[in-house]
Ligand binder design. Structure first.
Ligand code: NAP
Length: 375
């Protein structure tokens, strides 16, 4: 039997609170905070649920009131020390007389980046950084990647048969997985700030790419992106007229090209940035999205598109829903197109595999190691 210490229980609560922001905090991080008194009794807790709304620490302090004097704060991210949409948490903690702060990781936001910890220490608060750091990194992987790399976190997602096919040889792909797995994938869509698919997926499936579960209440608009270097998709595709957020056509066709007019007439945002070697400059696309505070992009296929992000070294996580189904056929689509690895030593090995059964299907998710480079 695994022993659970009272401290583990408190930290589990911190992470539970932080998860409340899963669909709503972007572009801010998910943060949970628990205040305990000298006896280890919880005297206040809080969650940051929405950018612009109060921070977790401020809510916990308000709940504790005068009892916060001499208390210990447990929080999964360094308290902020800057005036942003709200005032600095460090000053609120000092004013309340909190004597100890235990946080999982430093906040890489250049406006804080260790300043919160320093400020508290300077004023005599006992500060410890590093508790449950791995969990804290995973919890906020999109936010942390975006701030550190100055580009959104890129999450590849697909549904495949047990023999690794994402569509039949004729392109039929509806539906490979069952209802529960599809709903889980829709939750992933709500969690990400933007969703992107390639041109051939639009031509094959004519998807809407909208959010269906009404879970997200983030302040940034949901962005639906179609990657179409050579401009193959018609402006009449359903994605360009479906309501909900912004729709982008991402292309290598120059911005003044008359073929873009029907898209512009529909209110589609055209992002035109040819890459030197052909296709679209995906790094420039992610840079533009970062400037709009887009923290995460869900790439929902197909295989050619997924491979081009992987080849550019721009993928952070892969989630595959795998169904007990055999499609077969050498010409049936696979989740990753492109040339692929020549030798197994060059293949992309992932870390931190998480496997969950959902209905009759499996969800497998793992992250790409940061130093992985496609040969
Ligand atoms: N089971 C699943 O999870 C799933 C998900 C999605 C799709 N699918 C299936 O997969 C099939 C389509 O996939 P696919 O691999 O054939 O095609 P795809 O990835 O959907 O689209 C490929 C196109 O995307 C554009 N593109 C990709 N990378 C680009 C880059 N770096 N720069 C510019 N343009 C780029 C290109 O358009 P241009 O040629 O115009 O340059 C390319 O031809 C369909 O049958 C669909 O049903 C299955």
């Amino acid at each position: 039997m695994i022993e659970t210490s009272p401290l583990d229980v408190l930290w589990r609560r911190v992470f539970e609170l932080a998860q409340r922001g899963r669909f709503s905090t972007s572009p801010n991080p998910r943060v949970g905070a628990v205040l305990v008194d000298a006896n280890g009794t919880v005297i206040g807790e809080g969650a940051h649920e929405r950018a612009g709304g109060p921070h977790a620490e401020a809510i916990a302090l308000a709940a504790a009131g005068a009892r916060a004097k001499g208390a210990t704060l447990l929080v999964n991210l360094e308290p902020c020390s800057h005036f942003g949409r709200t005032s600095p948490c460090t000053e609120a903690l000092l004013a309340a007389g909190v004597s100890r702060v235990v946080c999982s990781i430093e906040d890489p936001d250049p406006r804080t980046a260790g300043r919160g910890v320093r400020r508290l220490k300077e004023r005599g608060v006992d500060v410890l950084v590093g508790a449950f750091a791995d969990e804290a990194e995973t919890l906020n992987e999109a936010f942390l990647k975006a701030i550190r790399a100055r580009r959104p976190f890129v999450h590849l997602k697909w549904a495949a048969s047990l023999d690794g096919r994402t569509a039949t040889r004729s392109g039929d792909s509806k539906w490979i997985t069952g209802e529960a797995a599809r709903e889980d994938a829709l939750r992933l869509r709500e969690e990400c700030d933007a969703i992107l698919v390639g041109a051939l997926t639009i031509l094959a499936d004519d998807p809407l790419l909208t959010r269906r579960l009404a879970l997200s209440s983030a302040i940034t608009p949901h962005r639906r992106l179609v990657l179409d270097g050579a401009l193959r998709v018609p402006a009449t595709a359903r994605v360009f007229s479906a309501a909900g957020g912004e729709v982008w056509l991402v292309t290598a066709v120059p911005s003044g090209d008359p073929r873009l007019a029907p898209f512009l007439e529909r209110g589609v945002q055209v992002f035109s940035r040819p890459a030197a070697g052909g296709g679209v400059d995906l790094g420039a696309l992610l840079g533009a999205l970062h400037a709009l505070e887009v923290r995460s992009v869900l790439v929902e296929g197909g295989g050619v598109t997924a491979a081009s992000f992987l080849k550019a070294g721009l993928v952070d996580r892969v989630t595959a829903y795998v169904a007990p189904l055999l499609v077969g056929g050498a010409d049936a689509r696979s989740p990753l197109g492109g040339e692929g690895a020549d030798r197994l030593g060059d293949a992309c090995r992932l870390a931190g595999l998480d496997a969950v059964r959902i209905g009759d299907d499996l969800r497998l998710s793992a992250r790409i190691l940061p130093d992985f480079v496609v040969g």
